[in-house]
Write a protein that binds this ligand. Structure first.
Ligand SMILES: CC(=O)SCCNC(=O)CCNC(=O)[C@H](O)C(C)(C)COP(=O)(O)OP(=O)(O)OC[C@H]1O[C@@H](n2cnc3c(N)ncnc32)[C@H](O)[C@@H]1OP(=O)(O)O
Ligand SMILES: O=C([O-])CC(=O)C(=O)O
Length: 370
């Protein structure tokens, strides 16, 4: 047996959802550069689930379903209120999504029809959960979703409890599009491994959320902001980054298993960060990010991934650091659920092998002789 550590280069399954070929990312064959400029996140979720863009009546129906299903069951709201206030929102989100299964009488029905309903319900509810957790942790009451607001607008509204600015909504919508799916990333793989046992969608999504939380994956965006805050000013960037590299520390938001010539999503987030810096009259976080980018690229040849400029972008939007990864989860819920549906539609148990490297020919020793 030969081992590809971290499954590098291993093609584990076929998928028709998203592809990365020669550094170009597409959702259902459409370049994300085009989707980021022209589409709405609702169109993208329909595209991921159905393999084509929605017609106007399908869009209207999806928006209506998202609006009407954004409300949380009373029991979930009660759970959220009972969680300890100092736990990370990703831990709380993982637990809340797992709990949703207990409020769905069809949780274990794995038919395509019911799973499609669950996918819409999960995507509709996750922003309500994240916004409620944020407000409860700040000692404020959760804000009810508005059924006539678009998806991104509703999220921003539920976070701050006031009519959002158009720029905030546009920026969040674009960030959601850019994070929606990414071939066989670690959290999507976790969801598919889980699904392949024919367990329920809630179990698969719970596994995915727990996997996204890690700092080598979605959790990196929060660590990027932490690093920016630690550095604190433009004139300290060089000293701190050089020191980190000398200590062989990883610089969060750089490198990628698949992209070696750069992540195509990063340029969009960099431009969003630049525009928001200008709009806010506060260049500090953008300029620090650009300087880090130049240094890491020059010294290590590493390019920023999707997590790097999303940190300063979200910061300029007034979003606290510990919500960065939950926002990633809100977006990726569309991709995860699409992959769960695809896995069920042509399933085989995912069960690779391990090469055993432990001791052999050992005997049992009675406890008194050990
Ligand atoms: C949404 C996402 O999940 S995007 C990724 C988010 N994660 C991060 O930003 C965390 C920082 N980046 C990393 O840890 C890695 O680049 C990963 C996890 C993304 C990819 O990991 P792998 O493909 O396993 O690459 P690996 O960690 O083996 O790195 C290869 C070499 O580049 C170096 N390297 C990779 N990323 C970085 C980094 N961010 N900073 C410094 N050095 C790095 C490694 O130290 C290693 O060097 P070596 O060969 O001298 O030991
Ligand atoms: O694909 C990966 O390994 C990680 C990533 O960029 C993502 O999930 O968006």
């Amino acid at each position: 047996m030969s081992v590809a550590k971290g499954l590098e280069g291993v093609v584990a399954l076929t998928s028709q959802i998203s592809s990365i070929v020669d550094g170009v990312l597409t959702y259902r064959g459409i370049n994300i550069d085009e989707l980021a400029e022209k589409a709405s996140f609702e169109e993208v979720m329909f595209l991921l689930w159905n393999g084509r863009l929605p017609k106007q009546d399908e869009m209207d129906q999806l928006k209506e379903q998202l609006g009407s299903q954004a409300q949380l069951p009373e029991g979930i709201l009660k759970h959220l209120k009972d969680y300890p206030r100092d736990i990370h929102p990703m831990a709380a989100l993982r637990t809340a999504v797992s709990s949703l299964a207990m409020f769905d009488p069809e949780a274990d029905d794995n038919s395509q029809e019911v799973n499609r309903r669950k996918a819409i319900s999960l995507v509709a509810k996750v922003p309500t959960i994240v916004a409620a957790l944020y407000r409860l942790n700040k000692g404020m009451d959760p804000v009810e979703p508005k059924s006539d607001y678009g998806y991104a607008k509703n999220f921003v509204y539920m976070l701050h409890g006031k009519e959002p600015e158009e720029t905030e909504v546009t920026a969040i919508d674009k960030a959601l599009i850019l994070h929606a799916d990414h071939e066989l990333n670690a959290s999507t793989f976790a969801a598919r491994v889980s699904t392949a046992t024919l367990t329920d969608m809630y179990s698969a999504i719970t596994a995915a959320i727990g996997t996204l939380k890690g700092p080598l994956h979605g959790g990196a965006n929060e660590r990027v902001m932490l690093m920016l805050e630690e550095i604190g000013s433009l004139d300290r960037v060089e000293e701190v980054i050089k020191q980190k590299l000398e200590n062989k520390e990883k610089i969060m938001g750089f490198g990628h298993r698949v992209y070696k010539d750069g992540d195509p999503r990063a340029k969009h987030l960099r431009e969003m960060s630049r525009q928001l810096a200008e709009l806010n009259g506060d260049q500090k976080w953008y300029q620090m990010s650009v300087k880090i980018n130049e240094l890491v690229e020059e010294t290590k040849g590493l390019k920023p991934n999707v997590d790097f400029y999303s940190a300063s972008t979200y910061h300029y939007l007034g979003i606290p650091r510990n919500l960065f990864t939950p926002i990633f989860a809100i977006s990726r819920m569309s991709g995860w659920t699409a992959h769960v549906l695809e896995q069920y539609s042509d399933n085989r148990l995912i069960r690779p092998r391990a090469e055993y490297t432990g001791p052999v020919n050992q005997s049992y020793i009675p406890v008194e002789n050990r």
